[in-house]
Design a protein around this ligand. Structure first.
Ligand SMILES: C[S@@+](CC[C@H](N)C(=O)[O-])C[C@H]1O[C@@H](n2cnc3c(N)ncnc32)[C@H](O)[C@@H]1O
Length: 192
């Protein structure tokens, strides 16, 4: 059992895991910031990005939350097969029902795109000063940068919510955000 098998499973079963460029960015960021030990991830899917983060250093501990039962069960299986039970704690349920009992060096938001502002508000009180929030999919397959009108109403609303989140991040007091044109658009927000 290896990371390639998890990538293969995700492809076969249409599970949306982080794109290669994005995961490389995320892991490089963690490698370069040796102070990062405690990570909170919103949206585990089948445990791929949690495992990739835990593989970086033994001192990293990832707490991750997934609300889809089938994906959660697969994540538990993957974490066990790859022997990361001690470094990854996975919770089954909605992230909005989860109250952390600790603070984190990094919060990685990779769940329902329409809720990003709510996730940020709910979890940044548990981010240490100098800590980072990384948000994936800010370009949402290029749609958030698209100038032409998007035909589907649902898609239009979702794209608007992600645009609102970008504006929110840019204006949020006490935080500094840089958005990178990497993978599907990654936001790096530092808490002052
Ligand atoms: C893009 S996938 C996560 C991929 C994973 N981070 C990776 O790269 O391996 C997003 C996941 O977030 C989960 N999710 C969405 N909203 C959630 C919520 N409110 N609470 C918990 N999980 C949520 C979805 O079920 C989905 O499996």
């Amino acid at each position: 059992m290896g990371i390639k098998e998890i990538e293969h499973y995700a492809k076969e079963h249409h599970v949306p895991i982080m794109e290669q460029e994005g995961i490389q960015f995320l892991t490089k960021y963690i490698q370069e910031h040796e102070e990062i030990c405690q990570v909170l991830e919103i949206g585990s899917a089948i445990g791929y990005s949690a495992i990739r983060m835990a593989q970086i250093r033994k001192t990293i501990h990832v707490t991750t939350i997934e609300r889809d039962l089938e994906r959660y069960q697969k994540a538990v299986e993957n974490i066990q097969k790859m022997h990361f039970e001690e470094q990854i704690t996975i919770h089954y349920g909605d992230a909005f029902d989860f109250t952390p009992d600790q603070t984190y060096d990094l919060i990685f938001i990779d769940a329902a795109k329409s809720q990003y502002i709510k996730f940020f508000e709910q979890f940044t009180p548990f981010l240490k000063p100098g800590g980072t929030v990384i948000s994936d999919n800010l370009y949402f397959h290029g749609y958030t940068k698209q100038k032409e009108r998007i035909e589907s109403k649902n898609l239009r609303q979702l794209v608007q919510k992600i645009r609102n989140y970008i504006t929110y991040l840019e204006q949020k007091e006490g935080f500094t955000t840089t958005i990178y044109e990497i993978g599907d658009g990654i936001g790096v927000t530092r808490k002052e």
